[in-house]
Structures are given as structure tokens and as C-alpha cells.
Design a protein around this ligand. Structure first.
Ligand SMILES: [Zn+2]
Ligand SMILES: [Zn+2]
Length: 287
């Protein structure tokens, strides 16, 4: 009871999707792998897309919606996004989907998961991030943004598990001989993607004892390496004494091991002072 499972099915500039499952509710955040890949990767953890209660879409870039038309269309899964994103998806895919529009900044419920939405600075019409209030803790999604701000730090200040964009190493990007200057400017810009260093600074800003797990997400295949992303974040977190945080680099090619969040029940006969010190959620690393 009270266990929630998170599986990052894939992450990167060629496709993003994450599966969150509580006892009674199953959702996908983004649907940017092909429908067949999502089916295959869910099958790998003994799950199927047939029983999804919702697909939450952050924005309409293809690496977040590539499998949406097939998956949501065939299975008639409700698609949650804001109206501007929905209009773009309709335009791009010509799909007739069961859209459930929300206002950016609004909160709503999907089964037993509360969903908080917030604006992120990225180069689409109305991109968002999500904070999921699950029965076992809070899971945040923060990718595809050029910079962070105080509103985002405030929204994510109590997150227990965070998928955080560590898109590029600034020097690797600047030195990349294959990318045109304009594209580099886009990625480095205020509405582009978050660097390893910027992500580290944000993680330091929101750090607290119950933030247990961070995924390094949406890595550039050419302007970053898993080791560089992880080491930058690890060093930054160790500097502020946050060695309790487990780091996992999410990849494009395969799902991350499933992560289990569980509510740590207080011991019997605890006094109230002791109970208040017990973490709200105790996330347990992949088993
Ligand atoms: Zn993306
Ligand atoms: Zn994007």
C-alpha cells in the first residue's frame, strides 16, 4: 500500500516518455518514443499501455509527442495538455484525440495522482512541467527549459524525485564543429535547454533531506556524456553536503530501472515529535 513506481522509458532529444503507476492510477508523462517502442518498453516491466488513465504532454516538440497519435488514438487514452499545445498537436499530427485541456499553472487530478502544472521557458507556444503528488511522494519533471527561475524553485521545493534536464556541457556545445551557430544560440538561449552546470545550481537551490533521487534527463547525444552530466551534478551536490541524493542518468536507448517510492510508516508508540521527523516519503532505489 502506498507504493508508487516510476520508470523513465527513455529520455533525450530523440524521444521522451516516463511511466508512473500507483495502486489505482497509471499515467505517462510525454509520449515521444514511437508507439511500438513504448509498448515494448512497458512490456519489459510487465505493463501495457492499454490501461493508461492519462498521457500528460509537456509541449509539442516531436521528441515529446512522436508516439501520441498512434498510442492515444488507438487506445482512446485521455491526453492532458494546455489549449495552445493541443492546437499545435492537432495541427502537426491531424489526430483526433480525447484532449483534456488545462490552464497552465492549474492543478487537477488523474485518479489518485494530483497534477500540478507550471510554465517553463522553452521555444514553443506554452510549454509546461509537471509535479505529480502521488500517494507515496512528489515526482517532478523539469526538462526542455533554457533557464530556471524562482517560481520553478518554489514549485519544486518539496519534490522527492526529480527528472531534471542536464542537456549539454557548454564547452562541448560551443566547440561542436557540426552544429550551425544559430542552433547553438537556440540551445544556449533563454528558451533553449539546460546545461549541466545550470541544472546543478538549480538542484542545489531546492535541496532538502527528502529529495532522494534525481534523474539526469534529456542529454544531448553529441554535446554531453553521461559521465560528465553525473559528475557535474554529483560534485555540486557533494559540495553542499547533499550526498544522500541518488543520481541516475536516463538514456535514449533503454528504460531506467524502475524506482519505488514508499511511504515510511511511523513506528508504533512514537511520540509526535519523533513522528514529525520521519520523512513524508522515503524513496527506495531500484531493486
Ligand atoms: Zn525535448
Ligand atoms: Zn522541446
Amino acid at each position: 500500500m502506498g507504493e508508487v513506481r516510476l520508470t523513465i522509458l527513455g529520455s533525450g532529444s530523440a524521444g521522451n516518455a516516463a511511466f508512473i503507476e500507483s495502486d489505482h492510477t497509471r499515467v505517462l508523462v510525454d509520449c515521444g518514443l514511437s508507439a511500438s517502442q513504448i509498448r515494448l518498453r512497458l512490456a519489459g516491466i510487465g505493463r501495457s499501455p492499454d490501461r493508461l488513465d492519462a498521457i500528460l504532454i509537456t509541449h509539442e516538440h516531436s521528441d515529446h509527442i512522436a508516439g501520441l497519435k498512434t498510442l492515444a488514438g488507438k487506445l482512446n487514452i485521455p491526453v492532458y495538455c494546455n489549449r495552445q499545445t493541443g492546437e499545435e498537436i492537432k495541427h502537426i499530427t491531424e489526430a483526433r484525440l480525447d484532449f483534456r485541456f488545462f490552464e497552465t499553472g492549474a492543478s487537477f487530478e488523474v485518479g489518485e495522482i494530483g497534477v500540478e502544472t507550471y510554465s517553463v521557458p522553452h521555444d514553443t507556444n506554452d510549454p509546461v512541467g509537471y509535479l505529480l503528488h502521488t500517494p507515496a511522494g512528489r515526482i517532478g519533471f523539469l526538462t526542455d527549459l533554457g533557464h530556471t527561475n524562482r517560481m520553478l524553485a518554489h514549485r519544486l521545493r518539496e519534490v522527492n524525485v526529480l527528472s531534471l534536464e542536464t542537456n549539454h556541457d557548454v564547452k562541448m556545445l560551443q566547440d561542436d564543429p557540426h552544429r550551425p551557430w544559430a542552433l547553438k544560440q537556440r540551445i544556449l538561449g533563454r528558451h533553449g535547454h539546460l546545461s549541466n552546470v545550470a541544472a546543478t545550481e538549480f538542484a542545489q537551490q531546492i535541496m532538502h533531506a527528502d529529495l532522494r533521487q534525481i534523474y539526469c534527463a534529456h542529454l544531448s547525444s553529441e554535446c554531453n556524456t553521461p559521465a560528465l552530466a553525473r559528475d557535474t551534478l554529483r560534485t555540486g551536490l557533494d559540495q553542499i553536503g547533499a550526498s544522500h541524493v541518488n543520481l541516475t542518468v536516463a538514456t535514449q536507448s533503454e528504460p531506467c530501472p524502475t524506482y519505488f517510492l514508499r511511504i515510511e510508516l511511523p513506528l508504533k508508540n512514537c511520540d509526535s515529535a519523533a513522528i514529525s521527523k520521519i520523512p513524508v516519503a522515503n524513496a527506495i532505489a531500484a531493486r
